[in-house]
Design a protein around this ligand. Structure first.
Ligand code: SF4
Ligand code: FES
Length: 248
């Protein structure tokens, strides 16, 4: 069966403006053909210069996230048959600088992550082994699926706030912060205070766009809500004169 694709094209080194280019390709019965397969076919048979990123082809690495028919998704996971019979539009992730065509510059995603220190900081540096959080514990249930993030950037692309505040951490970094802050083995305090401003959790207006597009069924919004509550309780603790007196 012939499918038509409208693909975003832009080479910042050569082009003044981006444009949409149409390609029609025969994908057979397309029962198990993914958007990534279609991109390979277009690249191999129509235009070798078409640029896109991929690695694992198993929905594990997060490299192939695109805007597919207006909504973020993984090219290697999205089946053509699920996209209807009309023209399929493919664009790069939003709010991330473009390297070429569908390939975006992941450095900007990494830099956002760095703002919240995305690595484990042990609460007790003397401990040789971190304590184990039991899978059945309440703590593990609160953290839930959110550790499954593959850093695909779909949530950053879908978040409308990233348009108005490109310097903010965004849902991907805040989801990582949630996973660490909700983990009792991680050093409390510093990380939480680092995200308690208008470029951190308060930039989130709870629109749930990130939750809607996450290919791993994570809700960064839920994590951000948890962080806002933690900051609130931390603020109350600091205001409490009895506690303050004890600490002084
Ligand atoms: S939270 Fe989901 S959408 Fe956001 S980067 Fe992680 S896997 Fe991708
Ligand atoms: S190629 Fe790795 S997630 Fe799609």
């Amino acid at each position: 069966m012939i499918y038509t694709f409208k693909i975003f094209r832009f080479d910042p080194k050569k082009d003044r403006e981006p444009c949409q280019q149409e390609f029609s390709v025969d994908l057979g019965d397309a029962e198990k053909v993914t958007v990534l397969d279609a991109l390979f076919k277009i690249q191999q048979t129509k235009d070798k210069t078409l640029s896109f990123r991929y690695s694992c082809r198993l929905a594990m690495c997060g490299s192939c996230a695109l805007v597919i028919n207006g909504k973020e998704g993984l090219a290697c996971k999205t089946l053509i048959k699920d996209l209807g019979s009309g023209t399929i539009s493919l664009g790069p992730l939003r709010h991330i600088p473009i390297v070429k065509d569908l390939t975006v510059d992941l450095k900007s995603l990494i830099n956002r992550l760095k703002k919240m220190e995305p690595y484990f900081i042990p609460r007790s540096p003397a401990a040789t082994e971190p304590a184990i959080i039991k899978p059945t514990s309440r703590e593990r249930k609160i953290i839930g699926l959110n550790t499954e993030c593959i850093a695909c950037g779909s949530c950053v692309s879908a978040c409308t706030m990233m348009h108005w505040a490109p310097e903010s951490i965004g849902p991907m970094g805040l989801n990582r912060a949630f996973c660490l802050i909700a983990d009792s083995r991680d050093l409390p305090g510093r990380r939480l205070m680092g995200i308690a401003d208008e470029n951190g959790v308060y930039r989130c207006h709870m629109e749930f766009n990130c939750t809607d597009v996450c290919p791993k069924h994570i809700s960064p919004t839920r994590g951000i809500h948890y962080l806002k509550r933690q900051i609130f309780w931390q603020g109350l603790k600091n205001l409490n004169p009895f506690r303050r007196g004890r600490n002084e």
